[in-house]
Design a protein around this ligand. Structure first.
Ligand SMILES: [Zn+2]
Length: 358
C-alpha cells in the first residue's frame, strides 16, 4: 500500500515533469499497465508450473519496479530513452533487411542500416542484454539482482508491444495527429482497458530459440499495427466532430482498437513469460530463490535513482557542494585582493616616507 501511494505521487510528479522536458512522449503504458502486465507474466509462469506460490510472489515483487525505467529517463536521458522504442517503419514496408535481427552487436546492427541509436531505438538489444544478465544472476544465485533485471526487461518488452513505440510518427507529428501517443496508451487504456480482462494463455509460453530475432519481429508487428492506429485515430476524430479529446472519440477508438489492444497485451504477457523461461533454462534451471518483499528501483544500467525526490536531493547536495566551493574561491579571491591592497598601501607609505612620489 505504501508503494502504491508513493507511486501515485511519483506518477503525477513525473507526468508533469516529463511533459515539460521531453521532446517525445516519455511514458509508455501507464505505470499501472506496466505493473499489471509484469505481474501477469509471472502469474502465467506460476500457473504453468502447477500453481507455484513463489513465482506468484515474484510477480508482485517485480510489478512495481517494472514501471521505473520511465523514471530513469529523467536522470539519464541520452542513454536510457532509446531503449524504450524500435521504429521499424523507418524501413521500407516496416521491414528491416534480411539478417538484421541476427546482428547481436547493437552498434554493428545500427551501422549496417546507417541509423543512429536515438533514431531507430534499441529496445530489442536492451532486452537481450538484460536476459544475459538475468541468466548470470540466476546461475550465481543472486536472486534480487535477477529480479531487478527481470523487472527492467519487462518494461522494454511491454514498450515494444505498444505500436506507437515502433513508429517514427510516434506522436502523430508527421501526419497532423499530435497527441495520439498519450491518447492511445494513457487515456484510451486508462478509460477502457480493464486489466482483469487480460487472459494470457500459459500453453503459449515456451522457450525462444533466437530472442533477438523474435524481439525485432515483435517490433515490426507493432510498427505495422501503428499504421492502422493512425487511420483509426482519424476516423474516431471525425466521429467526434473533429475533437480527439471528446468522449465520443474514445468510444469510437475503443470500438476500433480495443479488442486488438487486449489481444496484443495478452501476447505481450506470454512472450515476456517465454523470455523469462528461456533465461531460466539457459541458466541451467536452478531452484528459484524466495521473492523479496521489495526490490531496489534504481537503474540497472547506470544506478541513477528512480525516485525523483531522491534525485532532486542528490542534485541539491551537488549544487550546495559547488556553491561551497564557489564561496571558498570567492573568499580566497577577497583575501588575495586585500593582500595586494595592503601590500600596495604599505609600498606607497614606504615610498612617501622615502620622499618619492607614489
Ligand atoms: Zn518506457
Amino acid at each position: 500500500m505504501r508503494n502504491f501511494f508513493r507511486f501515485s505521487r511519483l506518477a503525477v510528479f513525473v507526468a508533469v515533469l516529463l511533459l515539460a522536458v521531453s521532446p517525445r512522449p516519455a511514458a509508455a503504458w501507464s505505470g499501472s499497465t506496466h505493473r499489471a502486465l509484469t505481474i501477469r507474466a509471472f502469474l502465467a509462469l506460476a500457473a504453468k508450473a502447477g500453481g507455484d506460490q513463489n513465482l506468484r510472489e515474484w510477480g508482485y515483487a517485480t510489478g512495481f519496479p517494472s514501471a521505473m525505467p520511465d523514471l530513469w529517463r529523467l536522470s539519464d536521458r541520452e542513454a536510457e530513452a532509446p531503449r524504450h522504442w524500435f521504429e521499424a517503419d523507418r524501413f521500407p514496408d516496416c521491414t528491416p533487411p534480411d539478417g538484421f535481427g541476427e546482428i547481436a552487436d547493437e552498434a554493428e546492427a545500427l551501422a549496417s542500416v546507417g541509423m543512429a541509436r536515438d533514431e531507430l531505438g534499441c529496445a530489442p538489444w536492451a532486452v537481450v542484454e538484460l536476459m544475459g544478465r538475468m541468466e548470470g544472476h540466476m546461475r550465481a544465485g543472486e536472486w534480487e539482482d535477477a529480479g531487478r533485471v527481470a523487472a527492467a526487461m519487462a518494461h522494454y518488452v511491454e514498450d515494444l508491444h505498444q505500436p506507437l513505440h515502433c513508429s517514427r510518427n510516434f506522436d502523430g507529428g508527421l501526419t497532423g495527429q499530435n497527441g495520439i501517443h498519450a491518447r492511445y496508451e494513457m487515456r484510451l487504456a486508462d478509460r477502457c482497458l480493464d486489466h482483469r480482462n487480460l487472459r494470457a494463455n500459459r500453453h503459449r509460453i515456451a522457450p525462444i530459440g533466437d530472442p533477438l530475432a523474435a524481439l525485432v519481429s515483435w517490433g515490426v508487428e507493432s510498427s505495422q499495427i501503428a499504421q492502422e492506429i493512425f487511420e483509426h485515430d482519424r476516423e474516431a476524430t471525425a466521429y467526434a466532430g473533429g475533437d480527439p479529446e471528446d468522449d465520443a472519440y474514445y468510444e469510437k477508438m475503443w470500438e476500433l482498437e480495443g479488442e486488438r489492444m487486449v489481444k496484443r497485451l495478452d501476447r505481450c504477457i506470454e512472450r515476456l513469460a517465454s523470455l523469462y523461461l528461456t533465461a531460466w533454462e539457459r541458466a541451467g534451471r536452478p531452484e528459484i530463490g524466495p521473492a523479496p518483499k521489495e526490490l531496489d528501483t534504481d537503474s540497472v544500467w547506470s544506478g541513477v535513482a528512480a525516485d525523483p525526490a531522491e534525485e532532486a536531493a542528490r542534485q541539491a547536495a551537488r549544487r550546495k557542494e559547488r556553491a561551497g566551493r564557489g564561496l571558498g574561491i570567492a573568499a580566497g579571491g577577497v583575501l588575495v585582493v586585500l593582500g595586494i591592497a595592503l601590500a600596495l598601501g604599505s609600498l606607497a607609505s614606504r615610498r612617501q616616507k622615502d620622499g618619492r612620489a607614489p
